[in-house]
Design a binder for this molecule. Structure first.
Ligand code: F6R
Length: 261
């Protein structure tokens, strides 16, 4: 695991965007796994800027989103379809047929989830997976207690997640209780994973994921089993890491790092 500690949210977003751009420059038809939520907004803004100003090309890219609420149509402002369209897809040149987001309104969820897994494999598997992390250590909607071998499926959201999401809905009873989510096992099959986290409220979850035991009680801790994961953290999110000095030392001594004064 590589831990990159950034001075600000902007720096973290730019560092993550550079990894996405590098992936696309090496493999223009790369398969990207994408997350929603507030964390990757800066990353998406930077990718849009790179597309407009530097010609970063998405015309051969395929994407798979991690999750979607069950019951929300794709034009619902709180659906992840809507989020992705507004915050990324409508601003870049990705062909619509290359975009995959779990369907929140299918009438056969089991068949849809199986198809989603098959489709990822047919497209050659995910080259780069972008993740956020919940305050309880979840990745995608794999709440505490989710199997570390889980695949794409319907998941009942934790009460805490429903409460956290309530601010986006008019009435608390409008918050969906179920979501379709890639499983932890699905995520671990990506060739490379980057996890972004900012803010003090993520510090505990980040420390548990990086330095705690591998446990289904913090599904992000399963990333310790992956061979190519980078955490991009701002200082607040990194503040509970016991080994922070060591991570900064490694970063400073990385080949290509500027020589220290
Ligand atoms: C969203 C997702 C979630 C979020 C996590 C953090 O697709 O998979 O796991 O990454 O809940 O959300 P934010 O970024 O809003 O704090």
């Amino acid at each position: 695991m590589e831990i990159v500690i950034c001075d600000s949210y902007e720096q973290m977003s730019k560092a993550a965007a550079a990894v996405v751009a590098q992936t696309l420059n090496r493999k223009p038809d790369a398969v990207l796994g994408l997350a929603t939520g507030s964390t990757p907004l800066g990353l998406y803004r930077e990718l849009i800027r790179m597309h407009r100003e530097e010609g970063l090309d998405f015309s051969y890219v395929t994407t798979f989103n991690l999750d979607e609420y069950v019951g929300l149509p794709s034009d619902h402002p709180q659906s992840y379809h809507y989020f992705m369209r507004e915050n990324l897809f409508k601003h870049i040149n990705i062909p619509p047929q290359n975009i995959h987001i779990p369907a929140g309104t299918t009438d056969n969820y089991r068949a849809f989830c199986d198809w989603y897994e098959r489709r990822i494999k047919e497209c050659g598997k995910i080259d780069l997976q972008v993740l956020g992390i919940g305050a309880d250590g979840h990745i995608a909607f794999n709440e505490p207690g989710s199997s570390l071998g889980s695949r794409t499926r319907i998941k009942t959201l934790a009460k805490q997640t429903i409460e956290d999401n309530a601010r986006f809905f008019e009435r608390p009873e409008d918050v969906p209780v179920y979501a379709i989510t890639m499983g932890v096992g699905t995520i671990l099959e990506a060739r490379r994973i980057i996890l972004l986290a900012n803010g003090e409220n993520k510090a505990e979850a980040v420390a548990a994921a990086i330095e705690g035991p591998v446990t289904s009680m913090c599904t992000a801790s399963a990333l310790q089993l992956h061979q190519d994961v980078t955490f991009f953290l701002d200082r607040a999110a990194a503040s509970r890491l016991k080994m922070i000095e060591y991570y900064e030392w490694i970063q400073a001594k990385r080949p290509g790092a500027p020589p220290s004064a």
